[in-house]
Design a protein around this ligand. Structure first.
Ligand code: ADP
Length: 490
């Protein structure tokens, strides 16, 4: 099968969140299974160019329709860790991608509306006939609209489109001026509630909704999140659209890249270990304490790694810090936020706890330290308000670090409570709570800390279960291939 991923992000060159890791991991898995996979993304000025091998120009003259004229683009080809990638570079005064950051500009919707048009124009001009075009999030959700409104008529009848939604919180909502830029004429057609008309803001267009309506299949990143977005009011206004299109909607849990996240071969940690050599994990624990200047004692280490975003349950994270210390364990946090008020809040907390030998808050983004925390901590807290899939808990499992999570989205699909899960004992791998409040959090975190302290053999057995859990790309890879087959033959 010939599959083209059109994406705003790709690890390791242009990463903001989990989406970047998903395209990186899934594209490799599909290729290993004998499919031809290509990736199309913007040529950002801010990319990690040292991670691209053999970057060279392959198309000098791609003209992409925009407003009443066209924008001249060049297309580059290069390998990102063996993945075949095309980078589109527009040459216009807008400087759509020639900016210091990937997102965060007032014209973001226009930038990606343009990128989606450029990507499909590139496929068309270069005579590529993919079986499946796989789009990701609102940034590329206009591609199927362009395909079925413009390119099918030109003869591009072969490709089917799969859209993966990584987070419903971001949808690309914009006013009608978009239609003039993109050449999608007849406003009454596109503003219609059956097409791009936003369900919450009258007169506005919603790119993600357009993607749902026009794609041949829509996935999100866990079955539970698919259910929550469609049936439990978590769709940020798109519940009705998901219902109307439920026959082509489903959830596939992301995989994680075990080449990158594997304590047996991880070059970021001082002591490597596996299920049979789990003792060495405690050397990493000591190294973590040394690096963060924590007391070396018998206590458990509870960690949090993540964006400091309200989605992640920040109020519960804050409560967990004090509760953990009170229960005689240590707490480590690694996180940052683009919101200065949130950062300031956590800096305040850091100053307050500065003298504690059992607590360290690291405000920032640090890949290297993240590896050491996954290896050195005993528990990983993920108390999210909502969580489409979540990678943190899956990475933690691989490192034998016991997840303590709220039962939402992908967390509910991947972590099974040691004491209460309706699962065989050997599949239980963590602690889970339901209610978003202090009592809920304490009910799980308290049990985890007590088990670590009072029943070390049970805790060790739980660590082994965690490390046995397989969240590689193997299964999701097959799930996506089944979806591709289904839409090609449907
Ligand atoms: P989201 O995509 O919502 O940010 P995920 O759990 O899907 O959350 O993915 C988060 C990824 O980013 C994980 O690999 C996590 O280790 C990493 N990460 C998040 N914050 C930081 C940070 N401050 N420093 C290093 N890595 C981080």
């Amino acid at each position: 099968m010939f599959v083209v991923h059109v994406t705003p992000e790709l690890a390791t060159v242009a990463k903001v969140g989990g989406l970047a890791d998903v395209v990186f991991g899934l594209s490799r898995e599909l290729a290993i299974r004998g499919n031809h996979v290509e990736i199309v993304l913007p040529k950002y000025a801010s990319m990690r160019y040292d991670q691209i091998y053999d970057l060279h120009e392959v198309h000098r003259d791609l003209w992409v329709p925009w407003y009443d004229g066209a924008i001249h683009c060049s297309v580059y080809f290069g390998f990102v860790h063996d993945r075949k990638c095309f980078f589109i570079e527009p040459h216009s005064g807008d400087d759509f991608f020639d900016r210091p950051a990937i997102y965060g500009y007032p014209d973001d919707v226009l930038r990606y509306a343009f990128f989606s048009r450029a990507a499909i124009e590139f496929l068309w001009q270069s005579g590529k006939h993919p079986d499946v075009i796989h789009c990701h999030d609102w940034q590329t959700a206009l591609l199927p609209v362009y395909l079925y409104e413009f390119y099918q008529r030109l003869g591009m009848t072969h490709p089917r489109v799969c859209l993966t939604i990584h987070n419903f919180a971001h949808q690309g909502v914009v006013d009608g001026a978009l239609l003039r830029a993109t050449g999608l004429q007849h406003p009454e057609r596109f503003h219609h509630h059956d097409r791009l008309g936003d369900p919450r803001y009258p007169g506005m267009l919603n790119l993600l909704k357009g993607g749902i309506v026009y794609s041949n299949f829509v996935t999100t990143v866990s079955p539970r999140y698919a259910f929550e977005t469609k049936d439990q009011g978590q769709g940020f206004g798109l519940e009705g659209v998901l219902h109307a299109h439920q026959i082509k909607y489903g959830g596939v849990v992301n995989g994680i890249d075990y080449d990158l996240w594997n304590p047996e071969i991880d070059r970021h940690i001082p002591a490597r270990y596996g299920i049979e050599t789990i003792e060495a994990k405690y050397d990493d624990k000591r190294a973590l304490r040394q690096r963060l200047m924590l007391a070396d004692n018998e206590k458990a280490i509870v960690a949090f790694i993540g964006r400091l975003d309200p989605q992640k349950g920040l109020e519960l994270v804050r409560h967990a810090i004090f509760y953990t210390l009170e229960r005689g364990a240590q707490f480590v946090l690694l996180g940052s936020s683009p919101d200065p008020a949130i950062n300031a809040d956590f800096w305040g907390l850091k100053r307050m706890l500065n003298d504690s030998p059992d607590c360290h808050l690291e405000i920032g983004f640090d890949e290297d330290l993240a590896h050491l925390i996954y290896a050195g901590a005993d528990m990983m807290l993920v108390p999210s308000r909502f969580e489409p899939c979540g990678l943190t808990q899956m990475i933690a499992l691989r490192y034998g670090t016991i997840p303590v999570v709220r039962a939402v989205g992908g967390l509910a699909d991947t972590v099974f409570d040691k004491d209460h899960a309706a699962r065989p004992l050997h599949e239980r791998n963590g602690y889970v709570f339901n209610d978003y409040d202090h009592a809920g959090l304490e009910s799980a975190l308290g049990r985890a800390i007590a088990c670590y302290r009072d029943y070390p053999d049970d805790f060790r057995a739980l660590m082994r279960n965690a490390m046995h859990t397989d969240y590689s790309w193997n299964r999701p890879g097959q799930d996506y291939l089944n979806i591709y087959d289904y839409i090609r033959n449907g």
